[in-house]
Design a protein around this ligand. Structure first.
Ligand code: B4P
Length: 182
């Protein structure tokens, strides 16, 4: 079974939802950069204060800050891990590669969760998190198209990419993911 996994997809594609199910079932570390950054905001830490406005605008947080969080969390003796929401651009993908070489834990599979834009906008409006207002959602999608989407080709060329139709119910999607990583 593959145990070093990554979830890629637009905001609202269900990366967090699927990564949580899978990490619980296998006792893997679920490393969601979005979740870790939101915790820093809740705690009103120095980092939280630095990223609060950026996240509320739907923009990407500085690469160095995110890399620090990833390193702190991956540098542990984990049974396996699932990266959710990281990397989000080519520079983050290259930094990740260097970290994983250092840890001797190569990435084994990337699940690309594909979803039409109108479906994700509706999902996020329904969820109603602080950054789930229409203007911010459109901004997040725009940044995703420009900076994150090129990673699909990047991971395809590394023969790591697995395509998932994410416009289906949760159970159908998670069964397909389990089958592919088995
Ligand atoms: P994230 O926390 O990563 O959140 P996301 O992309 O909005 O959502 P995700 O795809 O995980 O959707 P979810 O499962 O929750 O990022 C938030 C912000 O953090 C970014 O905008 C950025 O500012 C910052 N950030 C994070 N990582 C960064 C990085 N590496 N670099 C720089 N900045 C970074 O699902 C959404 C909703 O859909 C939920 O309500 C869920 O219940 C529902 N849903 C899921 N699957 C469904 C299904 N199959 N059917 C119906 N509903 C479904």
């Amino acid at each position: 079974m593959k145990k070093h996994l990554l979830f890629l997809g637009a905001p609202g594609a269900g990366k967090g939802t699927q990564a949580e199910l899978l990490s619980k079932a296998n006792s893997f570390l679920h490393l969601s950069t979005g979740e870790l950054l939101r915790k820093e905001i809740e705690m009103n830490s120095i980092l939280g204060r630095q990223v609060k406005d950026i996240m509320h605008r739907g923009e990407l947080v500085n690469d160095q800050l995110v890399l620090k969080i990833v390193k702190q969390n991956l540098d542990q003796d984990n049974k396996g891990w699932i990266l959710d929401g990281y990397p989000r651009n080519l520079s983050q993908a290259k930094s990740l590669n260097e970290v994983l070489i250092e840890l001797n834990q190569p990435l084994e599979m990337v699940f690309y969760l594909d979803i039409p834009e109108e479906v994700l906008v509706n999902r996020l409006l329904l969820r109603g998190r602080k950054d789930d207002i229409e203007e911010t959602i459109r901004r997040r999608v725009d940044i995703y198209r420009k900076t994150t989407e090129p990673l699909i080709q990047y991971f395809k060329e590394l023969s790591l990419l697995e395509y998932i139709d994410a416009d289906r119910d949760l159970k159908t999607i998670s069964s397909e993911i389990k089958r592919k990583m088995a």
